[in-house]
Ligand binder design. Structure first.
Ligand code: DX5
Ligand code: ZN
Length: 237
């Protein structure tokens, strides 16, 4: 598939949102044009940080959020939380292959629950984990920082890895999204899209936008992302 045909989706990471007013933050970022809510689950074991769990996912659904919720599990073990997030209303559930004892089974558990399944690759994790499961993934997520914290800088080596992941997806013929997570900003999103990504997580770049009292403060950063992505489509035509 060429860049011109690819549908680009923007997935703000609520890790950088104001948790005291999370429902409102999610409403506002979706109203500004975000496509997906990226939901980072950290356990102070697989990664050195602790965040949110299924109760918060369920609370967002009860609040009225109908957009896809993209649950990024940075937890070990993986499988028990899969069931909890299926019940809590997740749309995508992705996990790190090193954190699962039985990767194929974890992927199957997610799909059996009616969710889309994905594998997440740390900067040093090889894509060979995909070799025997391309038919079982709906999403490949490449980390462009080491997981655990928002606000880190994009690791440039991820661009080559994106090109390799894009080649694998195109060769497979399966409908698989290629997501990037970490250090995505207005000034690098176009280059990241050209390397093959179609789904863009952005935390600090979105939620640390100025004017906390302005309900439309996410409009300009979302618009800037779209303008950058439009140049990628235009160049590809
Ligand atoms: C990091 C998380 C990311 C994080 C990205 O482990 O997986 O989703 O929120 O934050 P930024 O966009 O600030 O790098
Ligand atoms: Zn994430």
């Amino acid at each position: 598939m060429s860049d011109a045909d690819r549908e680009f989706l923007i997935a703000p990471s609520i890790l950088s949102a104001d948790f005291a007013r999370l429902g409102e933050e999610v409403d506002q970022v979706l109203a500004a044009g975000a496509d997906i809510v990226h939901f980072d689950v950290m356990d102070n074991h697989y990664v050195p940080n602790l965040t949110i769990g299924p109760l918060v996912c369920e609370a967002l659904r009860k609040h009225g959020v109908s957009a896809p919720i993209d649950v990024h599990l940075m937890v070990k073990p993986v499988d028990r939380l899969i069931g909890d997030f299926i019940a809590a209303g997740a749309s995508y559930i992705t996990f790190h292959p090193e954190a699962s004892e039985h990767i194929d089974r974890s992927l199957q558990l997610i799909r059996d629950g009616g969710c889309k399944a994905g594998l997440v690759f740390n900067p040093a994790t090889p894509l060979s984990y995909l070799d025997y499961v391309m038919d079982k993934v709906d999403m490949i997520l490449l980390m462009s920082v080491n997981p655990g914290f928002g606000g880190q800088s994009f690791l440039p080596g991820t661009l080559d890895k994106l090109r390799e992941a894009r080649r694998r997806i195109d060769a497979s013929g399966y409908d698989i999204r290629l997501e990037i997570d970490g250090g995505v900003k207005v000034d690098n999103i176009a280059e990241i899209a050209r390397a093959g990504a179609d789904t863009f997580v952005a935390g600090s770049a979105v939620f640390h936008a100025a004017n906390a009292s302005d309900p439309n403060r996410y409009d300009s950063v979302l618009r800037a992302f779209r303008e950058q992505l439009a140049t990628v489509k235009a160049d590809a035509r």
